[in-house]
Design a protein. Structure first.
Length: 236
């Protein structure tokens, strides 16, 4: 599991170091990623910048031997050398081609440690379908969950974007016993999930999610479980 986290973080690194040309009268460059940082340089039209990395709505750049920050909204006026489209336009087109996401998360399921691997397909910025497999481990039992969920993100362009997901799947439970061999139990379940996504780079977002599941059992009363997860999603 640790190797999977390492691989995801390595893939998450955005490919920057891109040389661009300013196509606006001037662009303010600040000492840090925010309006509260002072403007110490102004890049003029036809000046060259090198894009280094992104932090939410701010871009770190190399300008005349200095590393400074500009607002991501200014990408509309930055053009890669030899092209007729801005960086913002090129990135939007690239993002539109990324319909698949790979996710890895860890947290708590019904009081036990839980890890989940997921794959998602984005029909649009608003609607996505996710298939996930999770493994839980506790002192009394180990469990596995296989889920298919449809999620709706009403405000996908918000900095912190909430979503709701509905779905279902199966819960496999294997009690930990020493003296008696206990059979594995298979139970269908229905899920409702609430979460928020937060973009870290153009390709990677962090997410926090809470899942409520209704587990169908052989008894008259069904069980309810809670799952808390924090993780990363990588678009490709």
């Amino acid at each position: 599991m640790a190797r999977l986290w390492t691989l995801l973080l390595m893939l998450a690194a955005p490919v920057f170091a891109q040389q661009v040309v300013v196509q606006k009268d001037f662009i303010d460059l600040r000492t840090g990623p925010g309006r509260g940082y002072p403007v110490v340089q102004v890049a003029l039209k036809q000046d060259s910048l090198q894009l280094l990395k992104q932090r939410t709505a701010w871009i770190k750049v190399q300008y005349r031997q200095q590393q400074l920050w500009l607002a991501a909204s200014e990408l509309e006026y930055l053009y890669p050398a030899g092209t007729e489209q801005s960086v913002a336009t090129l990135w939007q087109a690239e993002q539109g081609q990324r319909r698949w996401q790979l996710g890895l998360a860890g947290g708590d399921f019904a009081g036990t440690s839980y890890y989940q691997l997921s794959g998602s397909y984005l029909f649009s910025d608003v609607v996505a379908l996710e298939l996930s497999a999770g493994q839980g481990s506790g002192q009394q039992a180990s469990s596995q969950q296989y889920l298919l969920q449809l999620s709706i993100s009403p405000w996908p362009h918000w900095q912190v974007s909430p979503y709701i997901a509905l779905g279902g799947g199966v819960l496999l439970t294997r009690p930990r016993t020493v003296l008696v061999q206990t059979a594995e139990r298979s139970s269908p379940l229905a899920t409702m999930e609430l979460g928020v996504n937060y973009p870290l780079t153009r390709r990677v977002q962090a997410n926090l999610r809470y899942r409520r599941a209704l587990v169908s059992t052989d008894r008259d009363v069904n069980e309810e479980t809670n799952t808390w997860l924090i993780g990363l999603r990588l678009a490709f």
